[in-house]
Structures are given as C-alpha cells and as structure tokens.
Design a protein around this ligand. Sequence first.
Ligand code: KIV
Length: 274
Amino acid sequence: MSAQREFKRITVPDIVRRKGQEKIVCLTAYTAPIAELLDPMVDLLLVGDSVGMVIHGLPSTLGVSVEMMIMHGQAVMRGASRALVVVDLPFGSYERSADQAYDTAVRIMQETGCQAVKLESNPGCARTVEFLTGRGIPVMGHVGLTPQSVNLDGGFKTKGRSAVERARIVKEAEEIANAGAFAVVVEGVFEDVAEEVTRTLSIPTIGIGASSSCDGQILVVDDMLGLFERVPKFVRRYGALREHIEAAVKRYSQDVKGSVFPSSDECYQCESQG
Ligand code: KIV
C-alpha cells in the first residue's frame, strides 16, 4: 500500500519536464488536514517558512527554527501522498557555509521524508546549491523578494526597480539554475523581470507576485482562502474562510448562550435509563 503511494508521488524530474509545457500548480501547506485536502489538486506543496507568520503569528520569517520546519514538514507529509513536498530552510540554518546547509537539509529530509528543500538567494548561494545537489539533495531556489532579507530591504518591497537590480535578479536565477536547482521561485518582482527569468532559465520558474508567464504559480494557502483581511495586491482571494468562520462562531456562541446547543440528540443517554 505505501509502496503504491510512493510510486504515484510527483517527482522532481516530473516537475522539471513541465518547463514550458503544462503549468505547475503550487500552494503552501503547514498541517496534515490541509495538505490532505490540497494534495489531489496541486503538483507541489511547499512547507514555507511563512508558517511563522501565518500559523505562529510572528512578525517575519526570521524567528522560524529548523524544529518548526520539521514539525510542520512531518504533518504535511502525513497528509500528502501525491504532491511533491518541498520544505524551506529557515533563516540562519544554511547561509554560513555549504556544510551548514547540507547538515540542515539532510536533517529536514530524514526527519520529514520530504523530497526537496528550498533556500533564498544570498551571496555564495550557487556554491551551496551545487554542493547539495551534488550530494543527492534536490534544491529549489528563491529570487527577487526574499523575505528573510526583510531587515536589509527595510520591508517586503517589490524588486527590479533599477536596471542594476533587474540584471542582478536574472544573474542570481541563472547561477542557481546552473548550480543544479530543479526550479526557482520568483517572488515580488516587476512582470518583465519574471518574464526574462522564465525565458532565460531552462528549469521551471514558480511565480508569486511575478507574472503569469512563469512556469507555475504559488500562493500562501491561507491568503488565497481568505483567512486574512489584508493581503498583498498579488493575492487573489479564491475563498472567504474568514467570513465563514466568523458566521459559524457567532451562531455557536448564540446557541451556547441560549442553551440551544447541545440538543438532547447531541448528548449521550444511558440505555438503562431509556
Ligand atoms: O515561505 C513561503 O511560503 C514561501 C512562498 C511564499 C514562496 O517562500
């Protein structure tokens, strides 16, 4: 049974083959029940370090630990049997050296069973990608707006305003691809920058706040389901979970206060008493 499930799981080469062909559907996931719900409809589930902000209420992704990523990675792997599962390397767990990145990636892959890791572009990143991929670790890159650099950037700012910045983003993406990454997330860049990166690379680009020309798209699942009141311009709300939850809890509260819940049908009756 489990061998059959593994056989059906989308693989890294499956994703690479989709370049310029069929679009790649990606979402983030952090828990087992949501992963199970999304799994039949998406190609790739990312256990993003956005978990820190979305689930744990942190102001940025900087406070996310390797242990948090492992706990949520394990939950998602329990829920998903078809989608390729990628887990983010959190801030401080990979930037110092290729050795540090290798140790973190191996731990995450061994303890979660995920198929690949993602890391944000930084100086020396291409060497790290080469080191990991050369040792059997599939890597997804991440260029443009890299949320772990929020303090350097002074906020979550769209990238590619100047010609120098545009050229830097394209170069970083090329270096990551040449180093062996199987895909690159392109986040928060002007549309033409994402188009150029997608044209230039021979591996798939996964856009978020980028361009429909990317080979795939990703959104933070809680954003697209409408769990938050305020979302960035690039998020399309496909659901209104916030409103549904508010309405449901309001009704529950009224029923509890009016002693309408639970009804006798919702209570256990001892059979000997009828
Ligand atoms: O952490 C995350 O959720 C991400 C996606 C937004 C790409 O990196």
